[in-house]
Write a protein that binds this ligand. Structure first.
Ligand code: PMP
Length: 369
């Protein structure tokens, strides 16, 4: 059968010429390119998840709990463990979906759309514009400074001037790993006319002393904090993301969500994982140590790492980043070319994976770690 091309289809004009998002998925020994958690789900937790999922299988003839109430309660409990009493959340503050990408998409469906705009501080997570444009929301990009930080005054000026319906803030920021201080988030919220999303996908990897934007939620009904189980929880394959916000926000999202969007299997797996969150999060400290080791080691190779509060490190100062990326891949080490000239991004892996990366990079750049 002959194959048609996109040009043969009545595709939306604003999607013509676009490329689908996606990093290479290659079968190599050391995969440090998509900010996953290198540690597998511990056996005891895996068994608990299997049991919880198995218990659902016989009743798959029925639709799942559309409100995923048990899961929302467990997510609230998990977040509350890191919050003071004055910031306590209940299930009414929580919403979940198939990965935080879907959470972000649902937010833009409810608050963006035709004739509306979304703004982000770039470079940042490239799905923010893709999600926005997918919902016909005009994207506006404001540059970060040379160190990939968001300057408070510049940000306030940009939001005041551009009046976006949705603002994306990413902290720690992907791809730079840099964190935003709460005073900047507050200042942006104060001048933003619409929704402010704080994408905290990597929050659990923050260095001590970094406070979550969850503490800003009381009294700010237009603020939304999104999180994921893909990173610290080692559950990228399960596709579970969530948000915390005023209950009115979750009511708004109910207007756009597809009914039963979270399968009974997903709800059961995520719930069982949350019952074992201490064990699942057990490797976060080890990953942070490897992240810090990368930041400390890279300057010896003559490259410049950016300070990171996440499970990855962006480094610059390469004369030909793509060739370095390819030579690492030739050695079975996959990292990320994020498209910033002279820069590459690498995940903190296990100690052995991180050593393999550092040894190989040292060799390629003609230095020893
Ligand atoms: N936000 C940020 C900043 C990310 O880097 C990612 C994943 N790369 C996501 C959201 C989406 O993650 P998921 O859909 O797996 O929850």
């Amino acid at each position: 059968m002959t194959r048609a091309s996109l040009n043969d289809l009545p595709l939306r004009d604003d999607l013509r010429g676009r490329q689908p998002y996606g990093a290479p998925q290659l079968d190599v020994n050391v995969r440090l390119n998509v900010n996953e958690n290198s540690y597998a789900v511990p056996e005891s937790v895996a068994l608990a998840i299997v049991e919880a999922v198995a218990a659902q299988v016989r009743t798959l003839n029925r639709y799942p709990d559309r409100e995923f109430t048990a899961l929302r309660e467990k997510l609230a409990k998990y977040l509350n463990a890191g919050l003071d009493d004055e910031h306590r959340l209940t299930a009414d503050n929580i919403w979940a979906a198939n990965g935080s990408n879907e959470v972000l998409q649902q937010i833009v469906q409810a608050f963006g759309g035709h004739d509306r705009t979304a703004l982000g501080f770039v470079p940042s997570y490239s799905m923010h514009p893709i999600i926005s444009q997918g919902i016909s929301t005009r994207w506006m990009a404001v540059d970060r400074d040379a160190d990939f930080q968001v300057d408070r005054e510049d940000a306030v000026r940009a939001v005041t001037e551009l009046q976006p319906d949705v603002v994306f803030l990413c902290t720690p920021n992907n791809p730079s790993g840099t964190a935003l201080d709460l005073a900047t988030i507050e200042a942006i919220y104060d001048v933003a006319p619409g929704i402010v999303i704080v994408d905290e996908a990597y929050a659990e990897f923050s260095r001590s002393g970094t406070r979550s934007a969850l503490t800003l939620l009381p009294g700010r009904e237009r603020l939304i904090v999104s999180r994921t189980m893909s990173k610290a929880f080692s559950l990228a394959g399960a596709r579970v993301g969530y948000l915390a916000a005023d209950p009115a926000v979750t009511d708004a999202i109910r207007l756009v969500r597809l009914p039963y969007h979270l399968s009974a299997l997903t709800q059961a797996a995520a719930g069982a994982a949350l019952d074992h969150s201490d064990e699942l999060l057990g490797n976060v400290e080890a990953l942070k140590a490897q992240r810090d080791r990368i930041v400390q080691t890279l300057p010896r190779f003559g490259v410049r790492p950016f300070p990171s509060d996440s499970n990855f490190v962006l480094f610059g100062g390469l004369s030909d980043a793509h060739t370095v990326w390819q030579r690492l891949l030739d050695r079975g080490i996959l990292i990320r070319d994020v498209g910033i000239p002279g820069h590459l991004r690498v995940n903190a892996g296990t100690e052995a994976e991180t050593s393999a990366f550092l040894d190989a990079l040292g060799e390629i750049l003609g230095e020893t770690p």
